[in-house]
Design a protein around this ligand. Sequence first.
Ligand code: COA
Length: 271
Amino acid sequence: MFFRFYNQPGLYLSPAEQRALRKELLEVGKASLDPMPNYQCLSSRPNALDDKLIVVAYIDPENSGDKQQAHSQRAVAFTSAIYLDVPNVDHVVLHTGLTIAIPSLQRTGILAQLFTQLFANVVPLHPRGMWVTTLAAVLSSLVQSEKTLYKTHPCPPERRQKEKQSLKPLREHLHIARAIDERHRAKLLISPAAVFDDEAFVFRESLDWDAAASFRKDVDDVKFHHRDNGANQYFRGLMRAGKGDEVLLIGFFDGARMWEVLEQRLQKSKL
Ligand SMILES: CC(C)(COP(=O)(O)OP(=O)(O)OC[C@H]1O[C@@H](n2cnc3c(N)ncnc32)[C@H](O)[C@@H]1OP(=O)(O)O)[C@@H](O)C(=O)NCCC(=O)NCCS
């Protein structure tokens, strides 16, 4: 598998190259989502790729022994992020918007690989670090983000105690949440009727509308859970079953944190 990073590709790829990239993204989406959302990097809007930061994972059938498909690299997963404009916050805010892997690649550790590639490309652009947001009902995505970032809110009690973090959100968490609530709903596919619960940091019923139909999941289905059961239970407890709630997780990331995360992964792979 190999990866390509596209930094706001709508601004520099030719129209034909943009069409080809969009076709690859739609192929990945088609395998996992029904109906296909007209959203984010999958959107048919002509300028849909202008503000996206996209990592695409490809397999090369030539190297996988599939002679029939030789010379036709195939996109198998992607993650697509956007910057959010947030007043009164000093650092940039990156929203990790849409991540999809084809079914045969799910549960193989693909999230960690995609996000390592994303941050390896984005961190050098912002040496002072950045705030990162995730909005999800998928527990594996929430726990994965919580473990990658620091200063996260909401945060499972074990980690909060370990890092001596307050139960209360920081000023930045509140500013970012407010900006999303008031100005960025469409960018995050949050239903116009959803209500932000600022105690739990949950958009109540954000997925409860037609545009988000393909993202609605059974939050109790273990195929969307992380290996860390304590953290699963914590985030699960913030959402109600069958209502389309999503947790807004906000944390910080920088070069120092990148080294810590890579170190932890290395230790894990040694065990
Ligand atoms: C979002 C999506 C890519 C997540 O994929 P995933 O399969 O959970 O991703 P991973 O394989 O990286 O697994 C994530 C975590 O789940 C757990 N996990 C994975 N495989 C596991 C297994 N076999 N047993 C137990 N836990 C497992 C692990 O904790 C893993 O993290 P870790 O390896 O760091 O411990 C996938 O669900 C998807 O494509 N969904 C369809 C599109 C969608 O709805 N996207 C969400 C909206 S953005």
